[in-house]
Design a protein around this ligand. Structure first.
Ligand SMILES: *C/C=C(C)/C=C/C=C(C)/C=C/C1=C(C)CCCC1(C)C
Length: 230
């Protein structure tokens, strides 16, 4: 393997494409921050931080991939450990833009997401049985889904009278349920069916990050602009 992107290395190309899309998204969210009302600015800042942190990790992940052909598992999980809690803060921030939200909402989302990632990492690196780690990570994701579909966060959202926030909340739910399901599917195909295929796994995780970091930010941006202009 060389240190440069070679023709036919589609996984390497996907790392490259997503790195650049993340950089562009970061610039976009930071500039658009000027356009929205004060109460939305923190949400856009956080969206830009998510794509910025991910962009830097993608530069390193791409190097690991093109020079070794192996999965950059450590960079991947460090990135997730920083960006997933920031995505969870967005639920708190978006609701807080229009109402008072108890901090327990964020605490439960944080605990669920950290547990999910710790189990995922332990499974992928062989520190824990891959199947057991999968089950425990799925249950942790379940804690997050419960909070946003049925728990306090969802009840707060249901009681709002702001259609823009509710629209953003609905699409954020779709991201965290359907968009996020791409990750466990990748893990299951990669690890549970016998030997891991690093090319397949990285393409799937890269695609999932594209959707769940950039599109997630765009959902919030779109609600913020609509609500600021209303
Ligand atoms: C920006 C990065 C994001 C949104 C990463 C999300 C990651 C997940 C939802 C990972 C979930 C996993 C499971 C639910 C079970 C198997 C192990 C994981 C960690 C891949």
């Amino acid at each position: 393997m060389s240190n440069n992107l070679v023709s036919g290395d589609y996984v390497g190309m996907s790392f490259w494409l997503i790195s650049m899309a993340l950089v562009a998204a970061t610039v976009f969210f930071f500039i658009e921050r000027d356009r929205v009302a004060g109460k939305w600015k923190t949400s856009l800042t956080v969206s830009g931080l998510v794509t910025l942190i991910a962009a830097v990790h993608y530069f390193y992940m791409r190097d690991v991939w093109v020079s070794t052909g192996t999965s950059p598992t450590e960079f991947r999980y460090i990135d997730w450990l920083l960006t997933v809690p920031l995505l969870m803060i967005e639920f708190y921030l978006v609701l807080s833009a229009v109402t008072k939200v108890p901090s327990g909402v964020f605490t439960r989302l944080l605990v669920g997401s950290v547990a999910m990632l710790v189990f995922g990492y332990m499974g992928e690196t062989g520190m824990m049985n891959v199947t057991l780690a999968f089950v425990l990570a799925m249950l942790s994701w379940g804690v997050i889904l419960w909070e946003i579909f049925k728990g306090e966060a969802s009840q707060i959202n249901a009681g709002l009278s702001n259609a823009n926030v509710q629209k953003a909340y609905k699409w954020m739910l779709i991201c965290v349920s359907i968009g996020w399901s791409i990750y466990p599917i990748g893990y299951a195909i990669g690890y549970l069916g016998g030997g891991a295929d690093p090319a397949m796994l990285n393409i799937v995780y890269n695609l999932a990050d594209f959707v769940n970091k950039i599109a997630f930010g765009v959902i919030i941006w779109s609600a913020a602009v609509a609500d600021s202009e209303a």
